[in-house]
Design a protein around this ligand. Structure first.
Ligand code: URA
Length: 267
């Protein structure tokens, strides 16, 4: 069945106000643009807009999903704010026990809260998006960005960005089991792509996947008879985790372009 494409909320708001919006126009919705530019995170921006503290092109704007075109003057509390958004990508060493989700129904803490606790003031004002997910008990490299295009790039099934994991498993996988992991095996949501798989120790496996399906490493290793005991992500693309647990650093431009293969001018 063909999937229905959802119209973005900023585009609906733009159409309500201004009629058709040309497909190539660099238009965004106000609250999101404020978060991306580091003026204030999205939830805070939505409140500020509803409270009448934000002006766009000289008029108070109370609709968080109002379209904002590049070049228009935006003021917050009367001060002109730059809507130029730097492209930022951070690596964070995720500890075990925190969820990669905006809400935390089990009160175990979210990775967004953990990241904000250790970020300096100048980075607190951005909206941060996780590039993909890790399970609550998985540790290791999690990337964050202020630009949804990088999320799209990093999580698209078409990008095939390699992700390297190390899993401690039950039992010693045979050469035959490793060959099945490499060649691809059939999970309940379809066949897996060929993967890198090698033994690092008697009960330790390195897996390199070029896709990111739900619980994929755990499901693949369970399928060959070696359930995962602990799971750690070491690298995404050629970006290798090199900060202690619970800490972060900014990626360089070349890590973003060459390491992750993201080119901001071609998206
Ligand atoms: N595969 C998994 O099973 N879990 C993760 O957290 C990441 C990949």
């Amino acid at each position: 069945m063909a999937r229905k494409t959802k119209t973005p909320r900023w585009l609906e708001a733009a159409r309500r106000r201004t009629g058709p919006v040309s497909p190539g126009a660099r238009t965004d919705w106000l609250a999101r643009a404020l978060g991306r530019a580091g003026v204030m995170p999205r939830a805070e921006a939505e409140k500020a807009i509803r409270d009448g503290r934000v002006e766009v092109g000289g008029r108070v704007e109370r609709e968080p999903f109002a379209p904002v075109h590049s070049g228009v003057e935006v003021r917050v509390d009367g001060q002109v704010r730059s809507m130029e958004a730097p492209l930022l990508v951070l690596m964070f060493h995720k500890p075990a026990g925190v969820v990669v989700a905006g809400t935390d129904p089990e009160s175990v803490g979210t990775v967004f809260e953990r990241l904000r606790e250790v970020l300096p003031a100048e980075l607190q004002c951005f909206e941060w998006y996780a590039i993909g997910r890790l399970d609550r008990d998985t540790t290791g490299l999690l990337l964050f960005t202020n630009d949804e295009r990088v999320v799209q790039h990093g999580t698209s099934p078409d990008t095939h960005l390699p992700k390297r994991y190390v899993a401690d498993v039950a039992g010693r996988p045979s050469e035959e089991a490793l060959a099945r992991l490499r060649e691809g095996l059939v999970l309940d949501d379809g066949p897996t792509r060929p993967a890198g798989a090698r033994l690092l120790g008697p009960e330790r496996v390195e897996l390199v996947l070029t896709e990111g399906r739900h619980h994929q490493v755990k499901r693949m290793l369970a399928a060959v008879g070696h359930p995962v005991r602990t799971l750690h992500r070491e690298a995404v693309g050629t970006v290798v985790l090199d900060v202690p647990v619970g800490t972060w650093r900014k990626l360089s431009e070349s890590e973003v372009s060459e390491g992750l293969g993201f080119n901001s001018t071609s998206t």
